[in-house]
Design a protein around this ligand. Structure first.
Ligand SMILES: [Zn+2]
Length: 398
């Protein structure tokens, strides 16, 4: 149907688009009530959502048809009633995390209960199509082994390590995965999966995971610093992810921490990544031991007390703490979480971060900001990707 070009001022006040939006908002309120309160009668749902009994009945009827909710008889105030409960396998969300060397997929209920999870190692320098294909296969395996129908998947969140231009859904040029630069990730994954896809970068998803699945679920303002082969920063401000103008907020890896430091691949000198990225740490440590050293070796040697490794981790932590201080002075979050593979080091990493942070943060912020390492390990990004999907207002839940 072609829409006539009517000037906005004389458009009918309630277009089809806004009715659809209103309906999905109402469906979302019903789902959120069922997540928060568990099994409820129609009257209870109406009371909690403020929706009319007729609207609730209508929404519930469609959800029963779709298998999103199930019903069972109960009694309410001595009268016969029907309990409505979310079917955990009736509507599921999917998180996908794909990086240079790994692919990980999680399937979860709308109430954020993990139903299945799988991960594999990808060959170094794999092609983009291989990465997408691997995640598609992992998803199929989980759905099959858990007995979940494909039509139950209401949304897929995808995380990649690199800034994403939110105007196009494409990975910004110069990202850590050159194969993915300029590619429209939404289209690429939707074509293969045949499901609605939403994309974000790994650091933003880490932040989202911490306020959804992690130890900081009550935080309204949180900074997630991901130290990996690249360095990114995810921000949650006022309970919502913060993206900035184009989606590249949080590119902290290229904030300068040393005026005369080494050249960075971005063309500047002394960026945080030249000191605190795992790739740079491996390069420095590889010069004195075996060049094939891995991130796991850094962790093992640091825990064993190897002096050179502790020095490199210490310098990285201090520089990261300094960069975090700048963010904290600007935003005053209650929590800063350090994620990425080195988070496993716990206090060995956190102590130098704290020293750098306390040296450069405003005293009151330094005293009152909680600094922690992520407890989600290498699952932070995939869990955040599932949360990203769950938050979308456009999900077809009924
Ligand atoms: Zn740089």
């Amino acid at each position: 149907m072609t829409e006539l070009a009517i000037p906005p001022s004389i458009k009918p006040p309630c277009s089809v688009g806004s009715q659809t939006a209103l309906r999905s908002q109402n469906v979302r309120r019903v789902v959120d009530t069922l997540i928060a309160n568990g099994a409820s009668t129609r009257a209870e749902i109406a009371r909690h959502t403020g929706l009319s009994a007729a609207t609730v009945s209508n929404i519930v009827a469609v959800m029963v048809d779709r298998g999103t909710v199930s019903t069972s008889p109960t009694r309410s105030s001595g009268r016969r009633a029907v309990h409505i409960r979310l079917e955990s396998r009736g509507a599921v969300i999917v998180g996908i995390d794909v990086g240079r060397r790994h692919a990980r997929v999680v399937v979860a209920s709308l109430a954020h209960q993990v139903l299945g999870e799988r991960a594999i190692t990808l060959p170094r320098g794999h092609r983009r199509e291989e990465g997408i294909e691997a995640t598609a296969r992992l998803l199929d395996e989980i759905l099959e082994s858990e007995g979940i129908e494909r039509r139950a998947v209401v949304g897929v969140g995808v995380g990649v390590p690199g800034p994403i231009d939110r105007r196009t859904g494409s990975v910004v040029d110069g990202a850590i995965l050159p194969e993915w630069s300029g590619v429209n990730l939404v289209t690429a994954f939707e074509q293969r999966l045949g499901l609605p896809v939403f994309v974000d970068n790994d650091a933003n998803l880490g932040a989202l995971a911490e306020v959804t699945w992690g130890a900081h679920a009550m935080s309204q303002n949180l900074v997630f610093l991901k130290l990996g082969s690249g360095i990114g920063c995810g921000l949650v401000i006022g309970g919502e992810p913060f993206y900035g103008h184009l989606g590249i907020a949080g590119e902290i890896g290229h904030s300068p921490v040393s005026d005369l430091g080494p050249m960075c691949h971005c063309g500047n000198r002394g960026c945080l990544e030249t000191v605190a990225s795992t790739s740079m740490m491996l390069e420095v440590l590889g010069q004195r031991s075996t060049p094939s050293i891995t991130t796991d070796d850094i962790i093992r040697q640091a825990v064993a007390g190897d002096v050179a490794t502790l020095r490199v981790v210490g310098d990285a932590g201090f520089a990261a703490g300094r960069a975090v201080a700048g963010v904290v002075n600007l935003l005053n979050p209650e929590v800063v979480v350090i994620g990425g593979p080195l988070a496993e080091l716990g206090d060995i990493l956190l102590d130098p971060v704290r020293r750098g942070f306390e040296r450069y943060a405003v005293p009151l912020a330094a005293e009152t900001t909680t600094l922690a390492v992520s407890s989600l390990g290498d699952r932070a990004e995939v869990l955040g990707a599932a949360s990203l999907a769950a938050r979308q207002p456009s999900l077809q839940l009924a």
